[in-house]
Write a protein that binds this ligand. Structure first.
Ligand SMILES: NC(=O)c1ccc[n+]([C@@H]2O[C@H](COP(=O)([O-])OP(=O)(O)OC[C@H]3O[C@@H](n4cnc5c(N)ncnc54)[C@H](O)[C@@H]3O)[C@@H](O)[C@H]2O)c1
Length: 303
């Protein structure tokens, strides 16, 4: 069995590659290394340095005949999407359509897509369930939602099976500072350098932090469970404030970090937590790592 992981040189993609290789699956990585890195690439996989927008992606798919595709490659930041909507759309919409067309033409069985909690935007209803209103605040959220809609149409028109996984804030080893869930990665680096932690606002804003190996396991389940064809939240369903996060990290590292509180960031969502009931019932998935366990592993890798 051949599985292609786009974005497999990135943070989450590289953990998915590791998980698939554990089962001796033949894994291919397609990545242009724009934010990914060679050091993340598992030597057990075949690496193809390529852009998902390249015209000859379909030829590659026809030649290699992948059974499954895990699509992680993307423009991943909200701020960049607002600064450069054209680029966001080019990679996250047109690049995705290029991957979908190549999948359709070459007979891929299923595609698992990295979507995001950003598709929901601000809402008074918590925890977020998959049937909540989607009203993204940014072009990034909009391009992820558009990706989900393309998947739905490819399924309805051509029978290409899919699962869209709406990740909460993912954290863990190999995370760069810039991505969506970067706060843990930034704090880990600051802590190991003995530097103060910058907190925007009062630190009471909450997020749902899900550990990357749990996310890799969710992708694995989504690939091999049959007849899903919908969007599913991947989360812990636990709300954690930035202040709690700092307390947890302080306990694990046995340090007393200095936190500097600055102005709240414009457009920051105050609270975020996602239900993971559908992930349980449809994928048979639930998170295996507590925040303390995930943080310990992340901090250990940092030092
Ligand atoms: N990290 C999070 O908390 C989070 C939350 C929600 C959704 N996501 C989504 O998960 C996926 C993985 O994110 P990540 O945090 O691992 O980011 P990442 O930047 O580490 O990984 C993205 C990978 O895609 C590659 N890439 C980017 N543009 C490409 C292109 N045009 N052609 C080929 N390769 C390209 C990059 O080089 C990188 O290796 C993304 O789709 C992201 O939007 C992440």
């Amino acid at each position: 069995m051949k599985v292609l992981v786009t974005g497999g040189a990135g943070f989450i993609g590289s953990h998915i590659v590791d998980r698939l290789l554990e089962d001796n699956i033949q894994v291919y990585i397609l990545d242009n290394l724009s934010t990914g890195a060679m050091r993340n690439i598992n030597p057990g996989a075949v690496f193809l340095k390529k852009d998902i927008r390249d015209r000859d992606v379909t030829e590659l798919f026809i030649r290699e005949r992948f059974d499954y595709v895990v699509h992680q490659a993307a423009q991943t930041t909200v701020s960049r999407s607002l600064a450069n909507p054209y680029y966001d759309c080019d990679v996250n919409v047109l690049g995705m359509v290029n991957v979908l067309e190549a999948s359709r033409v070459s007979g891929v069985k299923k595609i698992v897509f990295a979507s995001s909690a950003a598709v929901y935007g601000d809402t008074a209803v918590l925890p977020l369930t998959e049937d909540c209103r989607t009203h993204p605040k940014s072009f990034y959220g909009e391009s992820k939602l558009t990706g989900e809609k393309y998947l739905e149409k490819y399924y309805e028109n051509f029978g290409l099976e899919y699962v869209a996984l709406r990740y909460a804030n993912v954290y863990g080893e190999r995370q760069a500072d810039s991505g969506e869930g970067g706060v843990i990665s930034i704090f880990s680096k600051k802590l190991s350098a003995g530097e103060p932690l910058t907190v925007y606002g009062d630190g009471c804003q909450t997020r749902d932090y899900v550990y990357v190996r749990d996310v890799a396991a969710a992708n694995y389940e989504a690939l091999f469970k049959e007849a899903i064809n919908c969007s599913v939240n991947i989360s812990t369903a636990i709300e954690t404030s930035v202040n709690e996060l700092i307390r947890n990290m302080a306990r694990i590292t046995e340090q007393t970090p200095q936190a500097i509180y600055t102005a709240e960031r414009q457009n920051d969502i105050r609270r975020s937590v996602l239900s993971n009931q559908a992930a349980g019932s449809k994928l048979g998935w639930c998170p295996n790592y507590t925040l303390a366990e995930g943080l310990s592993l992340t901090l250990k890798a940092q030092n």
